[in-house]
Design a protein around this ligand. Structure first.
Ligand code: NI
Ligand code: MN
Length: 235
């Protein structure tokens, strides 16, 4: 099991992840709740959510952003076009960012990094330009540094993410079809020099066929740990 130095990471199915730090700071990433087939029904979110991080504008990452923002009043962080869209829907406290930038809040350091994907936002029967899709490097006060890749293919500049930020815990999509699959994710984990991988974005929909077991097979020759969690499980 990874050493999270007192922080808690909870996987809520698909790409939805809750992070709670020892100082009591709470961040929720990519809220896909009401219509997610794999969200743990009845899961109690904490009373406060300080930061809401959105990697890109696709439905399965943004679906519950507006209701969560209304209820918890977090700082909502995403690429500038995406936070602009959310502001147009009444979200008040937004923090637009872009690649390479860092935003600090309490004991969290949030850096927006590249993702190779798309980011159109479905708004009724229209698709709105959502800016570039992103990943987040999340530094926690006394460590560790986490990386949520968002939806992405493998790209060799993940080596730069390792060089600049040295994340040890990576949340990587493995489902295939819309993102990289297990083989590419295993190379990503090696490029990133991760100690631990939490596989995300698999099994939610029929096309997302990659499995943590396949990822493990591709990482057999390394010391990188692959986590097997069920939605709702905490570390
Ligand atoms: Ni997507
Ligand atoms: Mn997705």
């Amino acid at each position: 099991m990874p050493d999270l130095r007192g922080s808690t990471v909870t996987w809520l199915g698909h790409a939805t992840v809750l992070i709670q730090t020892p100082a009591g700071t709470t961040a929720l990433i990519d809220p896909f709740i009401e219509q997610s087939p794999t969200y743990p029904k009845g899961f109690q979110l904490p009373k406060t959510i300080d930061l809401l991080l959105i990697t890109h504008g696709h439905f399965d990452h943004i679906a519950d952003a507006v209701p969560i923002a209304r209820k918890y009043k977090p700082k909502v962080i995403g690429v500038a076009e995406l936070t602009g869209f959310l502001a147009s829907k009444g979200v008040e406290n937004t923090q637009g960012m872009n690649y390479g930038g860092t935003f600090r809040h309490a004991d969290l350091t949030i850096t927006m990094v590249e993702a190779k994907h798309s980011s159109g936002i479905q708004d009724g029967d229209k698709i709105i330009y959502g800016g570039n899709p992103a990943g987040f490097v999340i530094g926690i006060g006394n460590g560790p540094t986490l990386y949520h890749a968002g939806d992405t293919s493998l790209f060799s500049d993940m080596k730069l993410i390792a060089e600049l930020y040295a994340p040890e815990f990576g949340m990587l999509p493995i489902g295939d079809n819309y993102t990289m699959g297990p083989k590419a994710a295993s190379i990503a984990a090696k490029y990133l020099l991760l100690k631990t991988v939490l596989p995300i974005h698999f099994g939610t929909f029929p096309g997302l066929t990659g499995t943590p077991a396949e990822l493990s097979t591709y990482l057999e020759d390394s010391s990188i740990e692959v986590l097997y969690l069920n939605p709702g499980d905490s570390l």
